[in-house]
Design a protein around this ligand. Sequence first.
Ligand code: ARG
Length: 461
Amino acid sequence: MKLWGGRFTKETNQLVHNFNESLSFDQKFYRQDIRGSIAHVTMLAKQGILSQEDKDAIVNGLEGILTDIEEGRLAIEAGAEDIHSFVEEKLTERIGEAGKRLHTGRSRNDQVALDMKLYTRDQVKEMDHLLYALLQELLKVMEENLDTFMPGFTHLQKAQPITLAHHIGAYFEMFSRDRSRLHDIYERMNYCPLGSGALAGTTYPLDRAYTAELLDFYGPTLNSMDSVADRDYLLELLGAMSIIAMHLSRFCEEIIIWNTNEYRFVEIDDSYSTGSSIMPQKKNPDIAELIRGKTGRVYGAMVSLLTTMKGLPLAYNKDMQEDKELTFDAMDTVKGCILLFTGMISSMTFRKDVMEASAKNGFTNATDAADYLVKHGVPFRDAHGIVGQLVLFCIDRGIALDDMSLEEFKAISPVFEEDIYEAISMKTCVEKRITIGAPGEAAMKQVIEVYKKQLAEKTGL
Ligand code: ARG
């Protein structure tokens, strides 16, 4: 059934139908479409626009369609133009005349705007819950690794000693901001477009506030043209999802490096690794690589919709149908990535001994050796030069700063005394960094308390 055959004298060309149809992808929101229709007729009946009888028949019919789809008795098969036509057609088949009254005071433009918003709102909630679970997992790793020393890097060169808790904490911050972005999007998008009609509202005495309330929105949108033409919330979400994907990708990149034979900082669990068909020794970090790789399609969806929207005059244009396929793909992709990433992290082994040995062997305590000299009156620039000589000396012999004898230290600068060993020990280097945000255990413990409180307060949308 078409919703618009009246003024046409010819059948639609089959290729045109195929090109125009959206049922193949907008069936994803059949639940939201039915929920929106139930709210709409409930409001129509309250306003006396639809009889109580018709309303009851429509609601029963729609509920029947919903359970039949859910329980596999009704298949959404090709034929109808979109999910809106499909549901209306089935309803009329089932309940007759009353079904034809469903679309009173509504256009597919405000209907699709509503459906997409309801669907997206659910997706935002799901993503928030997935990020919450990831943050809890990260917090667990942090608490277990407050004194797991490892090298911190700049330019991918060993720089200064940190702890695994501190490194993971950086990602905790990123994913917390991601959650916060989702919460912002939810706040801004949570207004109901239904009742905006095609573009200019309707002449029926609709109670839009009531419809909004029935659908758990904060209230109705305030401009009917904007309501049917706004896709900002999708762009915001695509932006937020792109950032989530980028964060996951950065973390995966590190895990891939840490998992190499050269680093061996971590071991990805067998259950999250794959093998090679030819090289028997291989255990590949495919999941981390795939998550890193999937970032591209999420960015692609964002750029695609931004481009679709950029030249559109008000109000609705069919171009907007292009807001769905890639956005749905991005939503499924990002949810899958967060879920798989959480599983990979929670089953991964962190090799504390290898990390600590790596921090020791990379002169990550060189800054602390220079600070030691400064505390004994040497100007920092001179101290920098002296420690540079120490490092050269060690490189020649293949040893760490800690392995030098006191005589060797003194030969380069007489300022060094026995307490240099304590001053440049990994423990001292990290534990002295106690300003908030630094890796020292005292500072980290304070921060972890804040994180725990945040998670307790913001359990989920
Ligand atoms: N499938 C359409 C979309 O996704 C539904 C709205 C159709 N409205 C119209 N005026 N043709 O945008």
